[in-house]
Design a protein around this ligand. Sequence first.
Ligand SMILES: O=C(O)C1=C[C@@H](OP(=O)(O)O)[C@@H](O)[C@H](O)C1
Ligand SMILES: C=C(OP(=O)(O)O)C(=O)O
Length: 452
Amino acid sequence: MAESTHSHRPDPWIAPLARGPLRGDVALPGSKSLTNRELVLAALADGPSTIRLPLHSRDSALMVAALRQLGVGIDEVDPAPGAAPNPYGPDLRVTPAPMHGGGAVDCGLAGTVMRFLPPLAALATGPVTIDGDPYARKRPMGAVIQALVDLGVDVTDDGDGAMPFSFTGTGAVRGGALSIDASASSQFVSGLLLSAPRFDEGLHLVHVGDRLPSLPHIDMTVAALRARGVRVDQPAVGEWVVHPGPIAARDVTIEPDLSNAAPFAAAALVAGGTVRIRTWPTATTQVGADLETLLPLWGATVTRDGEDLVFDGGVGVVGGASLPGVTLDLSRGGELAPALVALAALADEPSEITGIGHLRGHETDRLAALAADVNRSGGSVQELDDGLRITPAPLHGGGWAAYDDHRMATAGALVGLVVDGVAVDDIGCTAKTLPQFPGLWADLVATGTKGA
Ligand SMILES: O=C(O)C1=C[C@@H](OP(=O)(O)O)[C@@H](O)[C@H](O)C1
Ligand SMILES: C=C(OP(=O)(O)O)C(=O)O
């Protein structure tokens, strides 16, 4: 099965120091979460769909490859007449087809592929094995496997609640009533809801765990289903009823990835100056939109300028300003934690970020990884049961391990703006959701003007 993103270790990437206040102007590629949802829905739709401005990264490429393996037609197409070409890659035309077994499907390290693909593949006819990177075999999948079993799918696995596992699709899934514990990931819910309209009886899903993280991502799933004519009822928090029926073919345009904006927007607080993020949607289900209210906790001023959002970090840390401590429940958006913990590590007051215990099941154990990297750099981070406590301490350069995790790598870049010599061991792992990160970051830092 697939190797990790790197079979060899690349040279460390030395994070560039900020020379002064930034004048950033960033146009980000499409949202990973939106792209992989629309690929799944388009594959299950009642006709062809075009996905405009899709993300082209490892996670989206893995989803495209998996769907093609099951028989779905996915072609690269030119932009709509008169539309500006997407600098980050072509639009995609998705043509549904009767799905057949795909053999061994490689999910890489992509949680969206690991959790969204199996319920869809259960609708195919033929054998499928779900597997991924060596570390992906450590990410929680028990709720997905158990859900397939409870839905009547004949799953073969070794009982460890992780990949690899196999089943032979019969072309139909009964559906009906199902309860799962989604405490470890909202993606367990989203993956089931996305395929549910194609289950014979739809799905009446109840979450029975003691916490439900990343609610905005489930709202994103429900919105994407409803936008394609699917009836979804929500009788209570943690309960969803997806009615059986067609998923409408629909041409969609993917928004820029607002969670990937986090290190860029936060850079204004660290280096000072302003960072403009282009085409920031006025209404969105992306949890990255929370940055508009989160970064002001660290002192940012956020203003809308036409279609764009401008984050103003004042003089920033490099200019001598200090960052305050912040106490925060981040259960809505754990994926923002690496960038926010990097800010907290540069602050002059203690911080506590909770509601993120499930990040131990992300691309890496992010609580342990953030504590290890910050503490190795001279910081003081203590793991809590469901979060981190960060105590101010002067940081120094040195090794910063990414653990194949794109958001660990970009957190290192953020710290490296004002800490000389932060050496990220593998900046290439940002290709998971943002292959252009090194160039975009170099362009951002270059806007910093000494003594401005
Ligand atoms: O559905 C999605 O697209 C995602 C849901 C969240 O997963 P968790 O609930 O496991 O954090 C988020 O962290 C991840 O980056 C993307
Ligand atoms: C957790 C993340 O990704 P995923 O779970 O989709 O691999 C992320 O992008 O922060």
